[in-house]
Design a protein around this ligand. Structure first.
Ligand code: PMP
Length: 441
């Protein structure tokens, strides 16, 4: 650790870990799909950090747009109208699903989901329960961690009083219901109706259209349309958490477009500003917007609709158009998927490769029964897994991946080129051999 990292480690928190295990690298600059440490060593960012630097680093147009806003108006209370807020909204309306027509702006995905829960409860009052899935992440503050299904929720018990009901997810690689698609007849989706009927007071259901941090779980094609239909028929709001899946990651502006779903509430964050400035967005339908005409909108923050954050949004959307990025994601996604499948052929410790666009998971197993290298219980105890160690080896080789207990999330900046994918695959190929050594026939 250099002197910078020592001070950072001593006086600030490294999150989601025991502090003793945190040995941060000092990063000094970044460009395109690469970032650099204080020794000048280069790292290919194969996960866009936390699946959020979708335009890569150093996009001049986005930077310029933020700088211009800083010169014009740095801050004003959200009670005032601003030109930058008008422009952000006009751009968003061009790319959001048609059902979404009104927005609340905050500064993170967590806050976007906090607002979503509150809105759902206000609109559907006296119904107040929210359905969420076990294999999910929706944020770290009390409301959103209560929605979250993975081990991170365990640290925050007891949760918000009343009202989060959890359901199994369409994780076909290890079906929680021990069924096989398509013979299962979408049991996990149909179960939602049973839960709604029996819980009675359900205001909304929140889903990541493709589960993100918990291993890029792409649902079977009928899953989301089925859940959307059940929500409609039972007067339950459908909330799509697109914090990770939005902004071109899946070849579409938003993942719900893949299945033609129109959510009642859509939350997003991360790459709406290319991550150069913080943002959280809670988009709602016309009906929800109208509800608040005569009902108190009981929510808000000092940094809500911050001019500097909003200034990046139109520039991001223009960059997508100028670079024809959705087509590029489609082409590069196909190539990346093929290359990852080749790795699966070569490495017995790869149990599954799944994904869409530039959003993939490589899931590792240590035997033919698909036993994972580590579980949520291991993460909860703060144990390091062999997969963590191999991710560290990969970093030494100059490639960064964001990993779960037994998988890598492969989600490079959307601007990535073929040669850069090849560079990453070569390094992956090398380090995954370490996991093969632990595989038991
Ligand atoms: N929802 C999803 C699906 C996420 O992936 C994340 C962050 N990984 C969040 C919510 C929380 O967003 P943030 O970290 O910006 O608070």
């Amino acid at each position: 650790m250099d002197d910078i990292a020592k001070v950072v480690k001593e006086h600030t928190f490294g999150t989601w870990r025991k502090q003793r295990d945190w040995n941060p690298i000092t990063v000094t600059k970044a460009e395109g799909v690469y970032f650099y440490d204080s020794q000048g060593k280069r790292y290919l960012d194969l996960s866009s950090q936390l699946v959020n630097v979708n335009l890569g680093y150093g996009n001049k147009r986005v930077i310029e747009s933020i700088k211009e806003q800083l010169d014009k108006l740095q801050y004003i209370s959200p009670a005032f109208a601003t030109e930058v807020r008008m422009k952000a909204v006009k751009s968003l309306l061009k790319v959001m699903p048609r059902s979404i027509t009104k927005f609340f702006f905050s500064t993170s995905g967590t806050e976007a989901n906090e607002a979503a829960i509150k809105i759902a409860r206000l609109v559907k009052n006296p119904k107040y329960k929210i359905i969420a899935r076990y294999r999910s992440y929706h944020g770290s503050t009390y409301g959103s961690i209560s929605l979250t299904g993975d081990y991170r929720r365990w640290f925050a018990e007891p949760h918000i009083p009343g009202g989060v009901v959890r359901i199994p997810e369409p994780y076909c690689f290890r079906c929680p219901l021990k069924l096989k698609y398509p013979d299962c007849n979408l049991a996990c989706a149909n179960y939602v109706e049973y839960v709604i009927r029996n819980e009675h007071n359900v205001a909304g259901i929140i889903l990541e259209p493709i589960t993100g941090t918990n291993g890029v779980v792409v649902p079977p094609k009928e899953y989301l349309p089925t859940v959307r239909k059940i929500a409609n028929e039972n007067d339950v709001l459908f909330i799509a958490d697109e914090v990770m899946t939005g902004w071109g990651r899946t070849e579409e502006w938003f993942a719900v477009n893949t299945w033609g779903i129109e959510p009642d509430i859509l939350t997003t964050a991360k790459s709406a500003t290319a991550s150069y400035v913080p943002i959280g967005i809670t988009g709602v339908s016309k009906e929800i917007g109208e509800f608040f005409e005569d009902n108190f909108f009981a929510h808000g923050h000092t940094f809500e609709a911050h001019p500097i954050s909003l200034s990046a949004i139109p520039a991001v959307i223009e960059e997508f158009e100028r670079l024809d990025l959705l087509s590029h994601v489609k082409a590069m996604g196909k190539y990346l998927g093929e290359r990852l499948m080749e790795l699966k052929e070569r490495h017995k410790s790869i149990g599954d490769v799944r994904g869409v666009g530039l959003f993939w998971a490589v899931e590792f197993v240590k035997d033919k029964n698909n036993t994972p290298f580590a579980t949520y219980e291991d993460k909860y105890k703060g144990n390091t897994s062999s997969v963590d160690k191999v991710a560290k080896k990969l970093l030494d080789e100059g490639v960064y991946v964001f990993n779960g207990p037994s998988w890598f999330v492969i989600s490079p900046p959307l601007i990535i080129k073929k040669e850069e994918i090849d560079e990453a695959i070569d390094k992956l190929d090398k380090v995954i051999s370490e996991l093969d050594k632990e595989y038991r026939e």
